[in-house]
Design a protein around this ligand. Structure first.
Ligand code: PLP
Length: 386
């Protein structure tokens, strides 16, 4: 039972089908001159067109990269000039946060905006942080740990007026909720295929026409000289097919998955005592649930769940394994104790109501057993006189 769709998703069958010819017969380099190469080039052009259409962009504004991490790095490193000021939030994914910390070490002043108790950035705080030397604002569209969907259009309006460049990491949002670069008023937007049923190791960057971004990779003339490397044709084609499928399925999948999310959230909160929902009820990703189980460690619950065939996560896959409490929950003001007991269940295309019912049974048993062994829980019961 897979409850870790925010970490990665299984390949959509339509993506696999679209990729197969380019994994087998047509292995040509799209920059070559013969007919299989031209077919590969055509497939890339069509994929670019498809991705652009979904985002409300033009094909000339879409560039393929090898990952969301690369695209985030490119957006940030590619637009800054010496000592330009950057604004970001404390709850960004490490692909943005660590890149900005690196730029800070190189001499860029940075404002890290706080988030509120539900993970929202206040547009007014963006307004107040903007300085004459602010060149870049990077705020994610949807949070990977707690699912908070930011009021991006309002922030975009403010950034546009200031003349700074507005980048958003939309890796968790695209393919799950409608995303349009013009509505959001963003200049750069990052997506990653493996979060919406595409293959791993392929992503795209939207760059609004007229925005000058220096290349991260220098070399050949691929991607109009802005991102050198022989194109990963099967992955590019697979990403576009997965995205098209996700958009086609969204009218039924978005309400279905949101209903499963609400069912699981409500059942956990109602039947397992001392639990706390992290993140908002409204403006939350359809597949995201993040719950803290008081008096126990999230890692212990995960190990227990894994033994019983359930896969979930304590936060982002990138930071799990570290003993530090999640920087997102900490930024939201969640206590260390609650942050250590947090688990993210993320639902997706394959999640069924039956999975939710089975998970509830397993989770209740796991939490009860672990609390029986927990000295913290014991102290709590003694304090209550039980
Ligand atoms: N940004 C967010 C919000 C993510 O959730 C992830 C993946 O976990 C990334 C960026 C990195 O994307 P990729 O795995 O393609 O490098």
């Amino acid at each position: 039972m897979y409850f870790d769709y925010a970490a990665t998703t299984p390949l959509h069958p339509k993506a696999l089908e679209a990729m197969m010819p380019f994994l087998t017969d047509n292995f040509a380099n799209p920059s070559s001159m013969y007919s299989p190469a031209r077919a590969a080039r055509k497939a890339i052009d069509e994929a670019r067109q498809a991705v652009a259409e979904v985002l409300g962009a033009t094909p000339a504004e879409v560039f393929f990269t090898s990952s969301g991490t690369e695209a985030d790095n490119w957006a940030i490193k590619g637009v800054l000039k010496k000592s330009d000021h950057i604004i970001t939030s404390e709850a960004e994914h490490p692909a943005v946060l660590q890149t900005i910390r690196y730029m800070e070490k190189l001499g860029h002043p940075v404002t890290y905006l706080p988030v509120d108790g539900e993970g929202f950035v206040c547009p007014k705080s963006v307004q107040e942080a903007i300085r004459p030397d602010t060149a870049l604002v990077s705020i994610m569209l949807a949070n990977n740990e707690v699912g908070t969907i930011q009021p991006l259009a309002a922030i975009g309006e403010i950034v546009r007026e200031s003349g700074a460049i507005f980048h958003t990491d939309a890796v968790q949002a695209v393919g799950h909720i409608p995303v349009d670069v013009n509505e959001l008023k963003v200049d750069m937007l990052t997506i990653s295929a493996h979060k919406f049923g595409g293959p791993k190791g392929i992503a795209a960057q939207y760059i609004r026409k007229g925005i000058a971004v220096q290349p991260l990779l220098h070399g050949g003339a691929q991607e109009k000289g802005r991102r050198a490397s022989t194109e990963n044709v099967p992955a590019i084609v697979g990403m576009a097919a997965a995205l098209k499928a996700a958009i086609e399925e969204m009218p039924t999948e978005l309400p279905r998955i949101s209903a499963l999310r609400d069912k699981l959230t409500n059942e956990i909160l109602a039947t397992i005592p001392y639990t706390h929902l992290n993140g908002p009820r409204e403006n939350r990703l359809p597949g995201n649930i993040n719950i803290s189980f008081k008096y126990i460690e999230g890692e212990s619950v995960l190990l227990h769940l894994d033994m019983l065939g359930c896969q979930a996560s304590t936060g982002s896959a990138c930071s799990s394994g570290s003993l530090e409490p999640s920087h997102v929950l900490t930024a939201m003001g969640v206590s260390h104790e609650l942050a250590n007991g947090a688990i993210r269940f993320s639902l997706g295309r394959g999640t069924t109501e039956d999975d939710i019912d089975k998970l509830m049974g397993i989770l209740t048993t796991s939490v009860t057993r672990l609390r029986e062994l927990s000295p913290l829980y014991d102290d709590f019961l003694k304090g209550r006189g039980d």
